[in-house]
Design a protein around this ligand. Structure first.
Ligand code: FAD
Length: 491
């Protein structure tokens, strides 16, 4: 069997997989993405963070499409949580990193959101094959050199690539091929039972699109508005209370709702959806875990394949898309011949673990119910070592921007300048008559011009663009367009 060859092959077309595939293809590399299902397909994880929609999605080129897709606008979160009996609300806009047009996220139907990202991947040059289940990796000594998969006709096929990305999510076993072990948290081992309702109440404007999270004796509820009338409702119960979601799921969910006065009130005039993709009541383990290693030569884990943290802060899609951005940077740097694999993937793993770690560590204190929200805000400041106020630290942590990454907070300006510069270079390269500059026909020269433009762009971004500093001593920094790593040279 002779294998097809690509620069990169990605297993899984969720947010992690489609993001990493797109960002590598955007640098001109050949990328194949294999997805087991045929889209659109159901997935849980509907509440997004600003870092995803205004950061990664802007770089992917889908931010405007998302804005026009009719998804409810999430300006923050409303919690009935901790010692205070009344609900309390936070707004993303309180942080200087998420002001104005970037002070919100969306609540999304994942079938639609994931389809937008996958279609965008195709339009940016990724070869996408749906209905293709990845079975195993191909190895050559220490190195992973490709994947084996089964195509929609049941044929076994093989593909070789310089890099294999496992973005196949929570349920797949492919991750184990990276080596090491998957360590489960002692603290966050809950189970979720969830379904969909029509006609549930809404929080008052302007926070009607907020996620509402309500703690109760057996755990907590999410209440996510997906349209004016459709609501995603899930009960997350502790492992000790797992028997409460055994047996008849309909009865179990209604009993849990009955235990929680606020959710009962919001659903008092609602009816459960019983047909279509939202008709089923589903159960998912949401145990937190992390793999002891996120990569080996030739193979990288992205998103849930690497780690997962309790969903109370809606961090899953952020961690998937942010890790995809970090992985794409690493692979783009190696494929361009700029840096070696070990250096960039060490940076990848350290940054992804750092982001995962702040959510994980903060969650430990968030589950203390005998304190009020001010105590949570103070904890967020401690965990992120943020210099802003307690409440800003909290909002930045759960907005996904606590790393201070320019790509997550100023992506609109970066994308604008990148597009302007690329268009100018293209025009010079392909121009005719008086505009013809033969030198620009060379790919190498064109690339060099683009690199130079990134330096210019940094100047254009101006004083308000924080100088990018390594996150770790001796570490790398992102290139100004966010697509690669650069060595750090202090001025
Ligand atoms: P996925 O979205 O799981 O995508 C993986 C893809 O790989 C799938 O399309 C799958 O079909 C495909 N695949 C699997 N196996 C193979 C194979 N062998 N070959 C080829 N393809 C394969 N996150 C949020 O951001 N907000 C929330 O509100 C939220 N709520 C949650 C509630 C619960 C109860 C749980 C459990 C999770 C929640 N999450 C939430 C987390 C979120 O669901 C995930 O973190 C996110 O979907 C991860 O994205 P991913 O791309 O890594 O994986």
């Amino acid at each position: 069997m002779s294998a097809e060859e690509f620069d990169v092959v990605v297993a899984g077309g969720g947010p992690g997989g489609s993001t990493v595939a797109t960002l590598v293809a955007m640098q001109g590399h050949r990328v194949l993405l294999l997805e087991k299902e045929v889209f659109p397909r159901y997935q849980i994880g509907e509440s997004l963070l600003p870092a995803t929609v205004h950061g990664v999605c802007r770089i992917l080129g889908v931010a405007d499409e998302l804005a026009n897709a009719g998804f409810p606008i999430k300006r923050g979160g409303t919690f009935r949580w901790g010692a205070r009996p009344e609900p309390w609300t936070f707004h993303f806009g309180i942080s200087a990193k998420m002001t104005g047009s970037t002070s919100h996220a969306y609540q999304v139907e994942r079938a639609k959101f994931d389809q937008i990202l996958l279609t965008n991947a195709k339009s940016k040059g990724v070869v996408v094959r749906e209905g293709c289940s990845v079975d195993d990796v191909v190895e050559d000594g220490e190195r992973v050199t490709g994947l084996r998969y089964t195509d929609p006709d049941g044929n076994e096929r093989e593909v070789s690539a310089r890099f294999v990305i496992d973005a196949s999510g929570n349920k797949s076993r492919l991750y184990s091929k990276v080596g090491g072990t998957r360590n489960y948290s002692e603290f966050f081992r809950s189970l979720a039972l969830f379904g969909y309702f029509e006609g549930g109440k809404r929080l008052p404007a302007p926070v009607s699109g907020n996620i509402l999270s309500v703690a109760f004796d057996s755990g907590w509820f999410w209440y996510i508005p997906l349209s004016d009338t459709l609501t995603s409702v899930g009960a997350v119960v502790r492992r000790e209370d797992a028997d409460k979601i055994q047996g008849d799921r309909e009865k179990a969910l209604m009993d849990l709702i009955g235990e929680c006065p606020l959710i009962s009130e919001y659903l008092s005039n609602a009816t459960r959806v019983t047909t279509g993709q939202y008709g089923e009541l589903r159960v998912r383990k949401d145990y937190s875990y992390q793999q002891t290693t996120f990569w080996r030569p030739g193979m990288v884990l992205v998103g849930d394949a690497a780690c997962f943290v309790d969903p109370v802060f809606s961090s899953g899609v952020h961690l998937a898309t942010y890790s995809a951005l970090l992985a794409a940077r690493s692979i783009n740097s190696v494929l361009a011949g700029d840096l070696d694999e070990k250096t960039v993937l060490t940076e990848y793993e350290a940054r992804y673990r750092r982001e995962y770690g702040v959510f994980y560590e903060f969650l430990m204190s968030f589950y203390q119910m005998n304190v009020n929200e001010e105590s949570y805000f103070w904890q967020a400041k401690k965990v992120t070592k943020n210099e802003n106020t307690d409440i800003e630290s909290f909002v930045e942590l759960i907005g996904g921007v606590s790393s201070g990454e320019t790509a997550l907070t100023a992506a609109d300006r970066i994308a604008e300048r990148s597009a302007e510069f690329a268009a100018a270079v293209d025009q010079m390269a392909s121009g005719d008559g008086d505009n013809m500059v033969p030198m620009f026909k060379s790919h190498v020269v064109k690339q060099a011009m683009q690199e130079a433009g990134q330096v210019q762009m940094k100047a254009i971004l101006g004083e308000d663009a924080e100088p990018e500093m390594p996150l770790f001593p001796g570490g790398l920094v992102a290139s100004p367009d966010g697509m690669k790593w650069l060595p750090y040279h202090p001025a």
